[in-house]
Design a binder for this molecule. Structure first.
Ligand SMILES: Nc1ncnc2c1ncn2[C@@H]1O[C@H](COP(=O)(O)OP(=O)(O)OP(=O)(O)O)[C@@H](O)[C@H]1O
Length: 242
């Protein structure tokens, strides 16, 4: 089944044309990476799919639901991790996950289960009982990823999930994403770290200045451009002389 279908999507912010008619599809169970440099239009695309922004033109669907006219249905199926997200600093990590589980779970039993899963994903050990205000950036990011995944969304939309993290935390986050993909969660992630994406994603779309310049598996793209890695693919695809 198709998890995400984007057709000729456009977004203008006043005179700035952030998206100039992009199209791509994500299959159910895939880890799909939208990758490109700063300002390429990644966050804009993810916000539209998360129903937080309305496109200027074109169309986007999540599991067959239009993100504008069926936004309520879409919201039931997704989790969204924004690029610049914070958790309530005065709560402990545990209290934060509990608060979120109560918001999302329908019955007492599923609150418990969700919370247990959330604590496991966060992997913060005893520090889960410390205030979020005392967490490092990596710890907060892991807590937020736990919040996004403990609800077992059909589609997880993650904006730069491992950006700014050290290799150990970034690795832990990648492993979590892979594990949940094996359990059937579809992932749409954005990143400007092309090497990281290469290890993680089944399929990638390279986006630059609001235009998708290539789509394929990392292997296909490397072969097509006779490149050693996705960074090199990107440079060649956008015509940067190496
Ligand atoms: N609220 C806004 N108002 C005006 N322009 C915006 C707004 N949000 C984004 N833009 C512009 O739209 C373009 C795409 O921005 P977007 O945040 O989608 O890029 P990105 O690929 O996520 O970049 P980054 O990796 O830096 O987060 C940029 O030119 C940006 O300046």
């Amino acid at each position: 089944m198709t998890a995400v279908k984007v057709e000729n999507l456009e977004k203008d912010y006043g005179k700035v044309k952030a998206l100039k008619g992009i199209s791509f599809e994500v299959k159910e169970g895939e880890i799909f990476g939208l990758i490109g440099p700063n300002g390429a239009g990644k966050s804009t695309t993810l916000k539209i799919l998360a129903t937080l922004l309305v496109p200027t033109g074109g169309k986007a669907e999540v599991f067959g639901y239009d993100v504008v006219s069926k936004a309520d249905e879409v919201r039931k199926l997704i989790s969204y991790l924004p690029e610049e997200a914070g958790a309530y600093k005065n709560l402990t990590g545990y209290e934060y996950l509990e608060f979120m589980a109560k918001l999302y779970a329908k019955t007492g039993k599923s609150i418990e289960e969700m919370l247990k899963l959330g604590v496991k994903i966060a992997g913060l050990g005893e520090r889960i009982h410390d205030k979020v205000a005392t967490y490092s950036k990596g710890m907060t990011r892991k807590l937020l990823l736990a919040r996004a995944l403990m609800v077992m969304p059909k589609l997880a939309i993650l904006d730069e999930p491992a950006s700014g993290l050290d290799i150990i935390n970034a690795y832990a986050i990648r492993q979590t994403i892979k594990r949940f993909a094996e359990e059937g969660v579809t992932f749409l992630i954005s990143s400007h770290n092309m090497l990281e994406v290469e290890f993680l994603c089944d399929k990638v779309a390279l986006i630059n200045k609001g235009v998708i310049v290539e789509i394929g598996t990392p292997k296909e793209l490397k072969e097509k451009y006779n490149a050693e890695n996705l960074e090199e693919v990107f440079m060649k695809a956008v015509g940067v002389k190496l």
